[in-house]
Design a protein around this ligand. Structure first.
Ligand code: SF4
Length: 428
């Protein structure tokens, strides 16, 4: 196995200092409301009330139509023309909606008021509303707010904004004992696997943000070591470090190598010996390597191009290059926060184009010139590119599918081999 210790990562050149192609043109990315799709399933007694328009409701409905598996824990309070025209007090309307909702759903213990483009345009102050409603419903329901508007956020930034809004609510830790906080929504099954592995390693106590129940918010303080499970949480990371948490920089737990490197950073921070680390992680590493092998056979030497979408692009590109032998042509990301992804950039091959933001026409010209074997892009671009004969992968699937950890490494690689197989079959 490659040496992925922090020292080895720190000396790797890769793309850490690569010039970044910054584009600020038209972009094709979902807004931050989409994060509710996975957040509402994670925090099981929370409810997300979008203060928005019919467009917002339609977006959520169509995304939820394929993704929802449980009793809905989100809804849209639709702003009508009279709200937008200032003919009624939107705060009164919102208070009445919240009252009806909480009377009907006593299971709700945390209510997020989620801002949208329309609420932002009429400058509806949701933080004031949250403060007011918190006083009314305290201590039964905590009311918080964040923005998922397309003016302010892209796709995964919705989760970042949501988790950042939770940080002031976290209790102060009353011990100097080292503890680990893992931030970023993971599927429950993945979270359980990591909790088990970290326990076997002797790393802990370990807490997760977001928690499964709103009453179970993790306490933090200067003895908290922070490990990010998702690369798009820059605001949350900053809010947590301001509260004293120390960031552990690591690649993200995608694939056998990524998962090992991520766990190793945590293990080193808690003084776990190399021997014990190898003994605990070897079965998982072996399972992941075995699961990846048939996919590597199909992906090796093939090329990939990433349009900006989820901010997971550098991590996915690293995994495809390092663990599946793919050539990476361009890694586009809506925002490039180097402090969040330096460890991934270090493992990308020198010469890869790293782009931040989007000018979609220029990027389409580049992808057509490069004609990669697979293009990872948003839903809106996939059909036109398929019509041009390119094989595409919807970026959104990589966010909705549990892909982190050893036991999901094969599933992650399969998300890339499947469209290629389909293309091959169509050609036959
Ligand atoms: S928040 Fe804005 S971008 Fe998102 S669905 Fe509503 S109107 Fe559209």
């Amino acid at each position: 196995m490659n040496d992925l210790s922090p020292m080895a990562l720190g000396t790797a050149a890769g793309c850490v200092d690569a010039p970044v192609l910054r584009e600020r043109g038209q972009r094709e990315v979902f807004c931050g409301l989409t994060g509710i799709m996975w957040l509402h399933r994670k925090i099981q007694d929370a409810f997300f009330l979008i203060v928005g328009s019919r467009t917002c409701a339609h977006l959520m409905q169509s995304a939820a139509g394929v993704m929802i598996f449980a009793e809905p824990r989100f809804a849209t309070a639709i702003m009508e023309e009279k709200d937008l025209a200032g003919m009624v007090d939107a705060h009164d309307e919102l208070d009445a909606t919240v009252e009806r909702l909480l009377a009907r759903r006593p299971d709700i213990k945390m209510l997020f008021l989620v801002g949208s483009c329309p609420s932002e345009v009429i400058k509806l102050d949701l933080s004031r509303a949250a403060e007011r409603l918190s006083k009314v419903y305290h201590p039964d329901v905590r009311v918080l707010n964040y923005s998922g508007s397309g003016i302010e956020t892209t796709f995964t930034q919705g989760e970042d904004a949501c988790l950042a809004s939770l940080v002031p609510e976290l209790p102060e830790l009353d011990t100097d004992e080292p503890n680990l906080l893992i931030a970023g929504t993971l599927a429950d099954v993945v979270e359980d696997q990591f909790a088990r592995l970290l326990d076997e390693l002797g790393v802990g106590p370990v807490r997760f943000l977001p928690p499964r129940r709103s009453g179970d918010l993790p306490a933090i303080g200067p003895s908290t070591k922070l490990l990010l499970a998702q690369p798009f949480l820059s605001d949350t990371m900053q809010a947590l470090t301001k509260r004293g948490a120390q960031l552990l920089s690591a690649p993200y737990p995608l694939g056998a190598e990524g998962t090992t490197a991520w766990l190793k950073v945590a293990a080193d921070a808690f003084g776990v010996t190399d021997e014990h680390f190898d003994a605990v992680t070897k079965p998982g590493r072996d399972r992941a390597t075995k699961a990846l092998a048939p996919h590597r056979e199909k992906l090796e030497g093939k090329s990939a191009f990433f349009f900006p979408d989820s901010q997971m692009e550098p991590s996915l590109a690293r995994m495809l290059h390092q663990e599946c032998g793919m050539d990476i042509i361009e890694v586009g990301t809506p925002y490039l926060h180097k402090v969040m992804v330096n460890e991934e950039l270090a493992l990308l091959p020198t010469g890869t184009t790293i782009s931040e933001g989007q000018d979609v026409d220029l990027q389409l010209d580049r992808v057509m010139a490069a004609r990669p074997d697979i293009t990872v892009c948003g839903l809106g671009l996939a059909n036109p590119l398929e019509a041009e004969g390119l094989t595409t992968k919807w970026a959104i699937e990589l966010v909705f599918t549990p892909i982190q950890g050893y036991d999901q490494a094969g599933d992650l690689a399969a998300l890339f081999t499947r469209p290629m197989n389909r293309q091959t079959r169509l050609k036959v």
